[in-house]
Design a protein around this ligand. Structure first.
Ligand SMILES: NC(=O)c1ccc[n+]([C@@H]2O[C@H](COP(=O)([O-])OP(=O)(O)OC[C@H]3O[C@@H](n4cnc5c(N)ncnc54)[C@H](OP(=O)(O)O)[C@@H]3O)[C@@H](O)[C@H]2O)c1
Length: 326
């Protein structure tokens, strides 16, 4: 099924598919705050806020959303569909990415759980279905074949992986090739202060094979906003899990943050916008981002990242200053 899209923002192909996505997508893991493991990171989110986040994303040119089975076992998916319906968005006007949760499961659960994904997201169809991590007890081949079967049955429009090593990314693409398909994406943690995909061969392989890198935690959960560097009481009301994740990076990123602060002032944007702009522009079309949000204002600013480009010098300066995170 081909989807009709808003033409105001320059879109990119998702891998080698015909699916057009904006360089900024919207991550909606926060919609399942207060549930399962996410209770250690985020508070429960009201439908009023999640609806507003969805509408703000669409209003600011963002044409796709990333959710997952693991985000509350259907809670994030349901709230996403609710938000899209409230904003009167048609299926053909939005791209939906979700994920199968492989943790200690066999490949057979790919097919068993697809009806739940479809039901929770209804009436929105799945454009990208991803294997969430490498924690299945079945072989990669069996998992990938199960995903390819879903594609052949018309239940999903493309196949991605998440948190896959370089070796397994290439293997997945090879297996899909045998089925006449290709791997659309690998969703991994990638940010200015978490750049391991540039040193472990994954980014190079993605560029060579035409696989989109979807950067999760592109703001490193908020470290790359400057909020925690420049506010004494920044950790007030933040959940324990989030505090631990953020404090790991604070000291080492101080110098980079000061440079980002200067650049942001020059462009009259925020530090978070500089961080996202670097990711979507430094590597051509290969990298797209899915920042999460708890406030509609954040979504508006993240969407507006698509309306400016850092200069070549600024992009290179940021690359140099963040080399210790390679
Ligand atoms: N595949 C995977 O294994 C995996 C793992 C993690 C995440 N993800 C996906 O990636 C998405 C993003 O990751 P993430 O939410 O962990 O990290 P992130 O995008 O780096 O950080 C999101 C947090 O940053 C703050 N923020 C966002 N936009 C902002 C702005 N413009 N200005 C100031 N602060 C801003 C908010 O913090 P406050 O809430 O404190 O305001 C928000 O909750 C998730 O929603 C999910 O879809 C995937």
């Amino acid at each position: 099924m081909s989807k009709k899209l808003d033409e105001t923002v320059v879109k990119r192909k998702l891998g080698k598919t015909e699916i057009d996505i904006t360089p900024v997508g919207q991550g909606v893991m926060q919609f399942a705050g207060g549930h399962t493991f996410l209770r250690f990171l985020y508070y429960t989110m009201d439908d009023k806020i999640s609806n507003e986040i969805v509408k703000t994303a669409i209003d600011n040119g963002i044409n796709w959303f990333d959710t997952a089975e693991a985000y509350g076992g259907g809670i994030s998916e349901t709230k996403l569909a609710k938000g899209l319906k409230a904003a009167k968005i048609k299926d053909e006007d939005v791209i939906i990415a979700t994920k199968w949760s492989p943790f200690l499961r066999r490949h057979t659960s790919v097919k068993k759980t697809i009806s739940d994904r479809i039901k929770y997201l209804e009436p929105y169809t799945i454009d990208l279905h991803q294997i969430h991590n490498q924690m299945s007890v079945s072989s990669i081949r069996k998992q990938v074949d199960a995903m390819a079967d879903l594609y052949d049955e018309g239940k999903i429009q493309s196949i991605g992986v998440s948190n896959f090593s370089t070796k397994n990314t290439i293997l997945t693409n090879d297996i899909l090739k045998e089925r006449g398909l290709s791997l659309a994406s690998n969703q991994v943690n990638y940010s200015l202060i978490h750049r391991n995909i540039e040193s472990n061969g994954l980014l190079d392989a993605a560029k060579e094979l035409g696989i989109t890198i979807i950067a999760w935690s592109p703001l490193q959960m908020g470290v790359l906003t400057g909020f925690y560097h420049f506010n004494e009481d920044a950790f007030e009301n933040k959940k324990m899990g989030k505090k631990i994740m953020i404090k790991r990076y604070l000291k080492k990123s101080r110098e980079l943050m000061e440079e980002m602060d200067l650049i942001s002032k020059k462009h009259k944007v925020t530090i978070a916008q500089v961080a996202l702009n670097w990711l979507i522009n430094y590597h051509g079309d290969t990298v797209v981002v899915i920042p999460g949000a708890t406030k509609p204002k954040q979504v508006e600013q993240n969407g507006q990242v698509m309306n400016f480009v850092l200069s070549k010098t600024e992009l290179n300066d940021l690359e140099e200053l963040s080399r210790e995170f390679l």
